[in-house]
Design a protein around this ligand. Structure first.
Ligand SMILES: Nc1ncnc2c1ncn2[C@@H]1O[C@H](COP(=O)(O)OP(=O)(O)O)[C@@H](O)[C@H]1O
Ligand SMILES: [Mg+2]
Length: 286
């Protein structure tokens, strides 16, 4: 009998925890001057749910994402991730174990793709850290993940410049899916896209979450999208946590004056997003 337990289906299970996370940047040239980009951040992310992170530009959202991904080192505090053996400090995890569980999609879908590589190479690249794959196997695997994001054979051999913005962001998502991660950090993944394309990408992200049981940390400027998409929301200001709670509660009945101010100033007052499944298929055709 196997003693290895399957991941719990408990939807209240915390898969990522951030405790007292701080990041201090030393300012170049300035004598000993420092800048607190993140102060004592605490949060927990639940399996299969979406935590939205909102806040004005410079509030520390991307810094938080980079600390989770170990792209930067925290000045204090820690990030822990649920592994088979329980919660583990990411500082102690080899990058290959971390990236198997957590992947990231960036804001600019073009800048994050190597312009000299064909799409199959880009999408299958993360797999090469884990498996020895032939060229043919890489193409097959890339095609599988392209299908998951509504793309196909046509895009497999293309270069990034041949694709539309929405297709490029789909490629970024396909590459993020290639290690079968449990958590995706989406850092303003819609900001560079037209509104109609944004709706298609949101649909896609929702389908993927439902089908693959993904957990999302979704950094966004758009309150309408957050309301539609997220379960919980974290409001940040100048590196501080202002408020954290269920979307309905925080957006409809914010407890902090800053949140009310932010809601008033952010784009995307409530509106009906054209969220329709068939749009994805149209998009997938090219
Ligand atoms: N390497 C760095 N050195 C100094 N300051 C930085 C560095 N990276 C980010 N910052 C500063 O930290 C703050 C938070 O940045 P960031 O996390 O990118 O904000 P957001 O994603 O919310 O717009 C900003 O004021 C930014 O200028
Ligand atoms: Mg940012």
């Amino acid at each position: 009998m196997s003693l290895v337990s399957m991941p719990s289906a408990d939807t209240n299970e915390v898969v990522l925890r951030v405790e007292n996370l701080c990041k201090v940047f030393r300012l170049p040239g300035a004598r000993g001057q420092v800048f607190n980009a993140l102060n004592q951040l605490n949060l927990a992310v639940t399996r299969g749910r979406t935590l939205a992170v909102v806040g004005e530009s410079g509030s520390g959202k991307s810094t938080m994402a980079q600390l989770i991904m170990k792209l930067q080192r925290p000045s204090a505090g820690r990030v822990s991730l649920r592994m088979d053996s329980g919660m583990r400090d990411v500082a102690d995890l080899p990058a290959r174990d971390l990236y198997r569980k957590v992947q990231m999609v960036f804001q600019d879908p073009y800048a994050s793709l190597n312009p000299r590589q064909r799409i199959w190479r880009i999408v299958s690249a993360p797999l090469c850290n884990y498996e020895n794959l032939s060229r043919d196997e890489r193409r097959q695997r890339a095609l599988h993940y392209l299908h998951q994001v509504g793309l196909g054979e046509t895009q497999l051999h293309a270069f990034p410049y041949m694709l539309s913005g929405g297709q490029r962001q789909r490629v970024n998502i396909a590459r993020a899916l290639a290690t079968n991660p449990e958590i995706l950090i989406l850092d303003e993944p819609l900001s560079a896209l037209d509104v109609s394309v944004q709706a298609q990408i949101i649909n896609l992200l929702q389908d993927l979450q439902r089908d693959l049981g993904l957990t999302y940390i979704f950094i966004s400027h758009d309150i309408a999208v957050v309301r539609h998409f997220a379960d919980q929301v974290l409001v940040m200001k100048s590196g501080d946590m202002v408020e954290w709670g269920d979307v309905d509660q925080v957006l409809e009945n914010p407890s902090q004056a800053y949140t009310r101010q932010l809601l008033g100033s952010m784009p995307g007052r409530p509106r009906d997003l054209p969220v329709r499944k068939e749009l994805i298929n149209v998009m997938a055709g090219g």
